[in-house]
Design a protein around this ligand. Structure first.
Ligand SMILES: [Zn+2]
Length: 308
């Protein structure tokens, strides 16, 4: 059994690595520190601890998929897939949730080996679907990875402040329903407009460009309003999901290991299903404009830090 201090120290290193502002967004530090204050402990370890309380055979929802124009972007689904593989190895039963637009990419990244559910764009319908999903799966936890989150006016936005409400399935209802039922919610985000970032809404409004004011008629800003119990902030959300996964492996002794080669494989599946880089808009093996080799190195580093 690993000494507790050692786990704490590694989790701190993972938090710092994943939130290092390599994209020079200039907001990572403020968002990370706000999340740290609200969560009250290292982010990846807090998230992993919540997940390790689930019992064998329990269902877990992993919500992901961020639309870029008419396709899903490359940040999110790989992180969701790696979490799904890790949770399955720990005896849990993960199901992925997204919307119709992102569904092909989400199905492709896990090679259809997990259930994939899609929530509608239309509000009343989405709310009904979310309730039904929570009733039928009775998930032990929900994790959102780079999933759009609505703002205080119920509208979805990209980082540029443009409305995405006509493309995004309203998975916020899943988080709201889970919170009402006392089911733990975990989220990973990098910009402040993602589901779960409501935990640090004031910080997003203050520091993130378009946080307080969007370019769409709603005028509510891109800051997401639905909170998570634990929010992991990363430079790019996949890395945040990987730190949770690596910390879970460390805590629970799971043997699933992600690496640079598998990272490439996941990105290839996404590209084949039509996905694009969310920053450059290109059909390339990059994530948020981060060169493939840098992304692969980060993956290797994350698992090196978490390895015994
Ligand atoms: Zn707006």
């Amino acid at each position: 059994m690993m000494r507790w201090m050692d786990v704490e120290g590694r989790a701190y290193a993972l938090d710092r690595l994943a939130s290092a502002d390599i994209l020079r967004r200039r907001v990572s530090k403020a968002l990370y520190e706000a999340a740290l204050e609200r969560v009250g402990g290292t982010l990846c370890l807090s998230a992993a601890e919540r997940l390790s309380r689930a019992g064998r055979g329990d269902n877990v929802f992993i919500i992901t998929g961020f639309p870029m124009e008419n396709v899903c972007e490359t940040d999110g689904p790989p992180g969701a897939a790696v979490l799904a593989y890790t949770l399955r190895e720990l005896g849990l039963n993960p199901a992925l949730v997204t919307d119709r637009l992102c569904e092909p990419v989400v199905r492709a990244v896990v090679e259809e080996k997990f259930e994939v559910e899609a929530v509608s764009i239309e509000g009343e319908r989405a709310e009904g679907e979310a309730e039904k999903l929570l009733e039928s799966y009775e998930p032990a936890a929900l994790i959102a990875v780079e999933r759009p989150g609505w703002n205080s006016k119920g509208e979805y936005h990209n980082m540029r402040g443009l409305s995405l409400s006509h493309r995004v399935g309203k998975t916020d209802y899943l988080f709201l329903g889970a919170r009402r039922r006392g089911i733990p919610t975990i989220a990973v985000g990098d910009g402040g407009n993602e589901l779960g970032c409501g935990l640090i809404e004031e910080t997003v409004r203050r520091y993130v460009p378009n946080g307080d004011r969007c370019s769409c008629p709603c005028g509510g800003g891109i800051a997401a309003s639905t909170p998570a119990d634990v929010l992991v902030i990363a430079a790019t959300s996949n890395w945040g999901a990987y730190t949770i996964s690596a910390t879970l492996s460390l805590l629970e002794g799971a043997e699933y290991r992600h690496d640079g080669k598998r990272e490439l494989l996941l990105l290839e599946r996404i590209l084949k299903a039509g996905g694009v880089d969310g920053v450059t808009g290109e059909k390339a093996l990059t994530v948020d404009g981060i060169p493939t080799v840098v992304n692969q190195l980060a993956v290797e580093l994350i698992w090196a830090i978490a390895s015994v």
